[in-house]
Every structure is written in structure tokens, then in C-alpha cells.
Design a protein around this ligand. Structure first.
Ligand code: FAD
Length: 433
């Protein structure tokens, strides 16, 4: 087995594909009797070793689809293995949509919410905040349910739980009526965007930008809800996006890999290809774009108040010491929430993401950036590379102990803990890749 970037590679003893909640219960009870450990995998798009196990791996690819649509309460219940693109299509057929999404839509819904996957927009929390109820099979082999009305404390733990409480079988999500978005892409200067950040954020529904390292330039992306018709040049726009964001960028990455001294010029070249463009489409088709260039990624959330200082330190460091950075750094903004393990717990947050072409070493670069993020109370995205273990996580999350107690209650024998998860939730040392 491999994760998306191939950084994590492992061989489970067994891979199970249950197709119903009953089959998941049976599987957990059998594993418990045999004293085997279990890890669940969604689409394997996490960069960290979350899905790595040498024991039983459970894939829910055969457990997908919508269970119920409640238009009165604007809620939809889905099987946990449902892929996001499939979910968006099914919702669209009912005239519904998710209020926000990340950059891609190939993850499973349970995998995405379990790591706090997020998009951008200060009015929106990460995807887990859209979950109003869920069911999971815990380490005792019981089906447990919780919702905003029934056992809300457990919901705050379970909806972002890295598979550490058990296997989520069903999720109920808050949905909104289908809507169209216009996407406006522009080239701008980093200092201007940082200075006018509130204006940018306040002037649209979802704002993000990419900074081209070693240049003063950024690419801004502004999304606005619109009643306009879907732009007719969608096929052309798609082909252009595929070319620029994928194939042309792949060529740039390969050149940077073979000729590291060219990286500065290549970054400037990538910045120069950014122009003004606009398109209109249904929300789910605008949020996500295909990602064909493989990379490894680190992403930290920092409190909004610390963001400018983080960017100052980061741009200073990249411009001064690291001539070898090619991928633009992605900057997104997410509303505070109250999920125990959410990086945005208790604070409106800025998320800064750094990427390295998968063939190149990422460790030195990520170590330097991580030190800057950590100096500013940063919390890592659970699915993206970081080196934090129990003591640091315990310090970073005010409700970490509460989560650990619920984990202990629902999985007393630790059947959902792999060596990597033990390093997160128990006081043991582990060397991270
Ligand atoms: C190209 C790319 C783009 C990305 N873009 C974004 C982005 O825009 N925003 C963002 O925030 N993140 C992004 N990510 C990160 C990604 O969204 C997360 O890592 C997400 O968890 C991956 O979903 P998955 O289905 O592949 O889950 P996996 O990586 O397979 O699993 C993630 C975690 O969920 C657990 N899990 C899965 N299913 C269940 C279940 N049924 N019950 C209990 N636990 C379960 C697993 O055990 C594991 O701990 C991106 C990753 C890649 C590779």
C-alpha cells in the first residue's frame, strides 16, 4: 500500500472491504477476539502515517452513497466511505451542496472530516464542522451515535478523531441549496495583499492566495456567489487549468529537480504565467481542481493575530536562505470551531501550506518552516507532515486530555492505535519520516 505521494509505504496483514455497518461490527469484534489492530483508510491522501498498519486495514470503498436527504432540516446522511466528488454529484441532483470544500474532491467524507480538511473563507469552519451527527463502531464492538443534540461532547471529539475512537459508519452533514460561484484569479504583490487582507477577505465569499517564493508576487483567488450562467468556455478553461496547473508545472518541477540552481528563475517564470482569468460554475466544480503533480506537504494553522508576523518570518527565511523552493506557498483562512482536535480550535486561523516535489527531499525545508510556525502557536494539519508528538500536541490543544479520555473509554485496548497513533496519543517517542 502507498499513500498518494508514495512517502508512506506499508504491507497490512489483511485488507477488508466491508459493505455494511453490520459487517464493520463483525470485523471489529473478530479483530478484538484475535487481538489484532485495525486502521481505517479513506482515499490514502494523508501525507502522515495515519493509515499505516502491519495488521488489519479497513477500506470503505464498498460502503458509499447517500442514506437519507432531509430537505426540511437541510441535512443529509451518508455512508462514511463516500468520496467527496460522488457526494457533491449526489447532492447536486437534489439541488443541494456542501457550504465549502478544499482543493480536491477525491477524499472520502470520513477521511476528510477525520483530519480537519478545510477550504478557505473566514465565514466557514473546516469540513468537520458541517457534521451534525455520526455513528461509529468503537473498540468494544459497539455502535455508538452522537449528535449536536445527543451527546454533543462526544461529537466534538468524534468528528475530528483520526480513526482513533473507532470506525465511523455514517455521517449527517449540514447542507445548503446548490449555488454557483465565480472564480476570479489575479496576479498581485504580496505586500499589497498582506496590507489589504481584510479588504480581500471581506470583498468575497472565499479568499486565498499563493505566494511564489523568491518573488514579490502572488496569485489571488476570489470566489463570489453568483446567479450568472455557467461560463461557456468551461471545457477550454478546464484544459487551460490542466495545462498550467498540472502538465506545465510538472515540467517546471522536473527542471527544478534536475537543475536545482534554476529554481529561482523557475519560480519567477511560474509567477509570470499568472494572469487574470474568470469562470463561473456550480460550487463543487469551482472549489476542486485536479492535482497531477505529486508532492509532499506541510500545513500549519496559526492564530489570525499572528499571521502577518508568520509571513514576515517565513518570507524573510525563504528569500534569504532557501533558493531551492519552487512550489508556491498556499494561504487560506478558516473560522474558529470547538472540535477538540481541530487546529482551528478556539481561534480564527490562517493556514499556510508548503509543498515539495515528491522526488526531492522535503525534511530540511519543512523543519525550518515548522520552527517558525511553532514559534507562533502553530498547530499542524493532521493529514500533512509535521514532527509533533504527544507532549507537544498536549501543549498545543487545550482539550487534548478530554479527547484522550474519550479515546481510552471507546478503545480501552488500543486496537485502533498504530505505532504512529501511539506517538500522538500516548507518551511514547517515535521517529517521524
Ligand atoms: C493532492 C492533495 C490535496 C489536498 N488538499 C487539501 C485541502 O485543500 N485542504 C485540506 O485541509 N487538506 C487537503 N489535503 C489533505 C487531505 O484532505 C487529508 O489528508 C484527508 O484526510 C484525506 O482524506 P482521505 O479520504 O484520503 O483519508 P485518509 O488519508 O485515507 O485517512 C485520513 C484519516 O481518516 C481516518 N479515516 C478514514 N476513514 C475513516 C472512517 N470511516 N472512520 C474513522 N476514521 C477514518 C484514517 O484512519 C486516517 O486517520 C490534500 C491532500 C492531497 C494529497
Amino acid at each position: 500500500m502507498k499513500n498518494w505521494s508514495s512517502l508512506q509505504q506499508w504491507t497490512p496483514t489483511k485488507i477488508a472491504y466491508p459493505g455494511s455497518e453490520e459487517a464493520i461490527v463483525r470485523l471489529v469484534r473478530d479483530a478484538r477476539e484475535q487481538k489484532m489492530a485495525v486502521r481505517t483508510i479513506g482515499s490514502g491522501h494523508s501525507f502522515t502515517a495515519l493509515c499505516v498498519t502491519e495488521e488489519i486495514l479497513v477500506s470503505l470503498d464498498k460502503y458509499q452513497g447517500v442514506i437519507a436527504v432531509d430537505k426540511e432540516n437541510m441535512e443529509v446522511s451518508v455512508r462514511s466511505g463516500t468520496k467527496l466528488f460522488h457526494l457533491s454529484q449526489l447532492l447536486h441532483q437534489h439541488g443541494l451542496a456542501l457550504e465549502n470544500l478544499g482543493d480536491i474532491d477525491v477524499q472520502s467524507i470520513a477521511g476528510a472530516v477525520s483530519t480537519g480538511t478545510h477550504g478557505t473563507g473566514t465565514a466557514f469552519g473546516n469540513l468537520s464542522t458541517q457534521v451534525t451527527a455520526l455513528r461509529f463502531v468503537d473498540g468494544n464492538g459497539n455502535v455508538v451515535s452522537c449528535s449536536v443534540r445527543e451527546n454533543p461532547e462526544l461529537l466534538r471529539a468524534a468528528r475530528l478523531s483520526l480513526g482513533a475512537l473507532g470506525i465511523i459508519t455514517e455521517l449527517t452533514l449540514r447542507v445548503v441549496p446548490s449555488y454557483k460561484l465565480s472564480l476570479q484569479v489575479e496576479k498581485a504583490r504580496l505586500d499589497d495583499v498582506l496590507e489589504k487582507l481584510e479588504e480581500y477577505e471581506g470583498g468575497c465569499r472565499n479568499f486565498e492566495f499563493y505566494w511564489f517564493p523568491n518573488t514579490p508576487f502572488v496569485m489571488t483567488k476570489e470566489l463570489r456567489e453568483t446567479g450568472e450562467a455557467v461560463t461557456r468556455n468551461s471545457v477550454f478553461t478546464y484544459a487551460r487549468e490542466m495545462m498550467l496547473e498540472n502538465y506545465a508545472f510538472l515540467a517546471v518541477c522536473e527542471l527544478g529537480y534536475r537543475f536545482p540552481s534554476w529554481n529561482r528563475k523557475l519560480s519567477a517564470f511560474a509567477a509570470s504565467t499568472t494572469g487574470s482569468s474568470r469562470k463561473v460554475d456550480w460550487s463543487h466544480r469551482v472549489f476542486s481542481t485536479p492535482r497531477l503533480v505529486r508532492f509532499n506537504e506541510m500545513e500549519y494553522s496559526v492564530p489570525m493575530e499572528a499571521y502577518r508576523s508568520v509571513m514576515e518570518a517565513l518570507t524573510r527565511w525563504v528569500n534569504k536562505y532557501n533558493y531551492d523552493v519552487l512550489f508556491p506557498l498556499e494561504n487560506r483562512f478558516v473560522r474558529a470551531d470547538d472540535n477538540y482536535l481541530s487546529p482551528a480550535y478556539g481561534r480564527n486561523s490562517a493556514y499556510v501550506a508548503a509543498h515539495v516535489y515528491h522526488k526531492k527531499p522535503h525534511q530540511d525545508y519543512f523543519r525550518e518552516l515548522e520552527a517558525i510556525f511553532r514559534d507562533h502557536d502553530g498547530r499542524p494539519h493532521w493529514g500533512k507532515l509535521h514532527t509533533l508528538d504527544y507532549p507537544a500536541l498536549h501543549d498545543a490543544y487545550p482539550e487534548f486530555d478530554r479527547f484522550c479520555s474519550l479515546r481510552q473509554l471507546h478503545d480501552p485496548r488500543g486496537m485502533f492505535l498504530s505505532p504512529y497513533l501511539r506517538s500522538l496519543f500516548q507518551n511514547v517517542r517515535q521517529v517521524h519520516p
